[in-house]
Design a protein around this ligand. Structure first.
Ligand SMILES: C[S@@+](CC[C@H](N)C(=O)[O-])C[C@H]1O[C@@H](n2cnc3c(N)ncnc32)[C@H](O)[C@@H]1O
Length: 290
C-alpha cells in the first residue's frame, strides 16, 4: 500500500461519497468488488475506515443479550463457541470485537490488501480488545480472502466447505454493493446462517436517510430494503424510479425468508450514522430462519 499519499479517512460525508461514486463509475454491477480491491491496493482513499469497532455492535453484544444470546452455545447436550462471520470486514475491527466477546470469529475480505491490513492491525492492537467476560474468554480469529458469493473460502476457515455461522454481522457491506446484487446478497445470507433459533444475522442498517436518487456507494439502505430482500431472498424486489423499495403486501411469503426478530436504534453508533444533532439514525436489525 502506498504511504506517499495523505490518508483521506476523515473526509466530510459528502466529499467521501462523491469520491466513492466517481471511483465506482468504472466498476459497475458485479465488478464492484474489484473497485473495493483497487481502493485497498492504493491505500490512499479509505473514507469508510473508522479504525475502531462499531459502537452499535458493542451495544448489541452487551445490551441485547436477550435477543442474540452469548458467545457460548448450549444445544443438544453440546457446549461450544459460536462461529461469527463478518463479510467485507475491511480492517477487521469488528472481527476483533467479536473475538473479545468469545466468538470464533472469521473476517472475510475480497481484497488481499485488506486481509494484510487486518492481520497487521490485529497484531498491533490486540491490547485494545480485552476479553469482555473472563468466564467466556476469548475466541479464535482468522482473516480469509475470498468472495462472499462463492464457496471456495469456506474450506480455508477450517470449518469445512459446508460451514454455517451462528452470527453474521453486516455493516457497510449491504450498502457497499450495487442494489442489483441485493437478491443474491439476501440468498447468500440465508445459506451461510445456521438454521437454528440461536443463530442471528445482525445488520447495522446504514445509510437510512440518504436519498436513494443520490446513488452510491454507500447506496441508500432503508429498513424497508433489508425487510423486503430478506423476506424474499433471491427474488427481484421492485424499486421506483428514484431507487426506493416498493413493498408488495400481496406477495405470498417466501419459504426461504428470514424473520426479523429485533429492530432498534442502537444506543450509539459511528458519527456517520448520526444526524447533525448527534441523534442516531442507524438501526440494528436481527434476523433468523423461521
Ligand atoms: C465499505 S467497505 C466496509 C468495510 C468494513 N465493514 C468497515 O465497516 O470498515 C466494504 C468492504 O467489503 C469488501 N467486499 C466487497 N465485496 C466483497 C465480496 N464480494 N466479498 C468479500 N468482501 C467484499 C470490500 O473489499 C470492502 O473492504
Amino acid at each position: 500500500m502506498s504511504d506517499s499519499k495523505p490518508f483521506r479517512r476523515d473526509l466530510p460525508f459528502e466529499e467521501a461519497h462523491a469520491g466513492l461514486k466517481r471511483h465506482f463509475a468504472t466498476f459497475q454491477g458485479p465488478k464492484y468488488a474489484e473497485g473495493w480491491a483497487a481502493l485497498w491496493a492504493d491505500g490512499g482513499f479509505l473514507p469508510w475506515d473508522r479504525m475502531a469497532p462499531s459502537p452499535a455492535l458493542a451495544d448489541t453484544l452487551i445490551n441485547h443479550v436477550e435477543v442474540i444470546g452469548r458467545a457460548i452455545l448450549d444445544e443438544d447436550g453440546q457446549t461450544r463457541r459460536k462461529r461469527a462471520l463478518v463479510p467485507g470486514c475491511g480492517r477487521g475491527v469488528d472481527v476483533l470485537l467479536l473475538q473479545s466477546f468469545g466468538y470464533d470469529a472469521v473476517g472475510l475480505e475480497y481484497s488481499k490488501d485488506a486481509v494484510k491490513a487486518c492481520e497487521e492491525y490485529a497484531r498491533e492492537h490486540a491490547d485494545d480488545f480485552p476479553v469482555h467476560d473472563e468466564k467466556i474468554g476469548r475466541g479464535s480469529i482468522q482473516f480469509v480472502q475470498g468472495d462472499f458469493y462463492s464457496d471456495e473460502w469456506l474450506e480455508k476457515t477450517g470449518f469445512g466447505k459446508d460451514a454455517k455461522f451462528d452470527l453474521i454481522y453486516d455493516y457497510t457491506f449491504f450498502c457497499a454493493m450495487d442494489p442489483k446484487m441485493r437478491p443474491s446478497w439476501a440468498m447468500r445470507m440465508t445459506e451461510l446462517l445456521r438454521k437454528s433459533s440461536q443463530a442471528n444475522l445482525i445488520c447495522l442498517e446504514f445509510p437510512t436517510t440518504k436519498p436513494a436518487a443520490a446513488g452510491g456507494p454507500p447506496f441508500a439502505s432503508s429498513p424497508k430494503a433489508y425487510l423486503e430482500h430478506l423476506s424474499y431472498p433471491g427474488e427481484e424486489i421492485k424499486y421506483d424510479a428514484e431507487g426506493n423499495v416498493v413493498p408488495n403486501p400481496q406477495a405470498p411469503s417466501s419459504p426461504g425468508a428470514l424473520e426479523r426478530v429485533g429492530h432498534w436504534h442502537p444506543a450509539d453508533t459511528h458519527k456517520v450514522g448520526k444526524d447533525a444533532d448527534g441523534k442516531v439514525e442507524d438501526y440494528v436489525s436481527v434476523w433468523r430462519h423461521h
